[in-house]
Write a new protein. Structure first.
Length: 351
């Protein structure tokens, strides 16, 4: 009888152990599934971008994921987020969520703040309002806050600029930012890039030609507006304008008139338009305008710093519309080139 009871107890113990192992195995499997198996379903998409604003709570993150239909199982994501303390480590930013991500991969991505960078390119921009619009569409900073910063002399003074000259701070290029960049962080980064461009050699070159860094940017903005792409011709144009400045002559640059009027669709500047009352209009004001007439490429500033030492006083766009110019040392020769170009405009009915 004792022997039968002992055998029964052994069976009970073995059965209990098997149940424990089985339950534990099921639990381990479920835990593994919760942590490592895919919990992201993006349909046919390979990835999806989400934005987590500054100051977001964990509940905000869950809501954002839900609004984008990213999570297959919200509860499992919340469970692992609590286990990994992500609930207390929310980092704002722009994140790229990959298809079939596991909870573990998703939580690690968000908790570590591994953002998808944004690219801002200033090429082709002419005014502060255009830059503000482009920047505001790419980073979290509000357009109104950017507007105030661009027009706050007290704020800009620490960077060495004012509301008029601030365009000289921004050297066109492609820059990477994090989406949650603040206004201060944006300006700090641009100031760093500005200082990187203005090496000791460039600063010395500017002193040798008698211009401040901002004056170099102002002249270069005019040169760039006259010739966008050919740096060798930019050097010639820079030399021509420096000749006019040294002779106390009006620069008489059409792009300054267009900038003053603010209508960049103008193809042919009329005599009446050259009378436009503005400090930027170099047909009525001697010397350089008070600030750049656009955002200046590094190449154009280098063209000014290494300008061509020539005797040219006049220039006119070539009649073949190649974007190049005819240069003249005398007014008589200039009139010949000007008539050629005027006839070509008339032939194309450009007014």
């Amino acid at each position: 009888m004792a022997k039968g009871k002992s055998s029964f107890m052994k069976k009970v113990i073995v059965s209990s152990l098997l149940i424990i192992v089985l339950v534990g195995g099921v639990g381990a499997f479920l835990a593994y599934k919760t942590i490592y198996q895919s919990n992201v379903n993006l349909g046919d998409k390979k990835s999806q971008i989400i934005y987590i604003p500054t100051g977001s709570t964990f509940e905000d993150v869950v809501r954002i994921l839900g609004e984008n239909n990213i999570l297959e199982n919200r509860s499992s994501f919340e469970w692992l987020s609590e286990k990994k303390n992500y609930k207390n480590a929310i980092k704002p930013g722009k994140y790229r969520i990959l298809a079939k991500m596991s909870n573990n991969a998703l939580v690690n991505l968000l908790r570590a703040g591994i953002q998808e960078p944004v690219e801002i390119n200033f090429n082709g921009l002419k005014t502060k309002s255009q830059l503000i619009s482009r920047v505001a569409h790419r980073i979290e900073a509000d357009s109104l806050d950017l507007y105030y910063a661009f027009n706050d002399n007290g704020f800009l003074n620490k960077y060495g600029f004012n509301a008029q000259t601030v365009q000289a701070l921004f050297i066109p290029n492609s820059y990477e930012f994090y989406w949650n960049t603040s206004v201060d962080e944006f300006f700090d980064r641009m100031a760093k890039e500005y200082k990187k461009f203005w090496t000791d050699t460039r600063i010395q070159n500017a002193k040798e030609i008698g211009y401040s860094q901002t004056e170099v940017a102002v002249l270069a903005s005019i040169v760039q507006a006259e010739q966008c792409c050919d740096q060798e011709e930019q050097k010639v144009i820079a030399g021509l304008y420096i000749n006019r400045l040294n002779k106390d002559m009006l620069l008489q640059s059409d792009p300054t008139v267009i900038f003053a009027i603010g209508d960049f669709s103008i193809q042919r500047v009329s005599f009446e338009q050259t009378r436009y009352n503005s400090p930027y209009n170099t047909y009525v004001n001697k010397g350089l305008p008070p600030a750049p007439i656009g955002f200046v490429q590094a190449a154009a500033m280098d063209a000014v710093l290494d300008y061509d030492k020539n005797d040219y006083i006049y220039m006119c766009a070539k009649e073949d519309f190649s974007g190049k110019h005819n240069f003249a040392k005398t007014y008589e020769q200039h009139l010949v080139y000007a008539k050629q170009y005027r006839d070509a405009l008339n032939a194309r009915n450009i007014h």
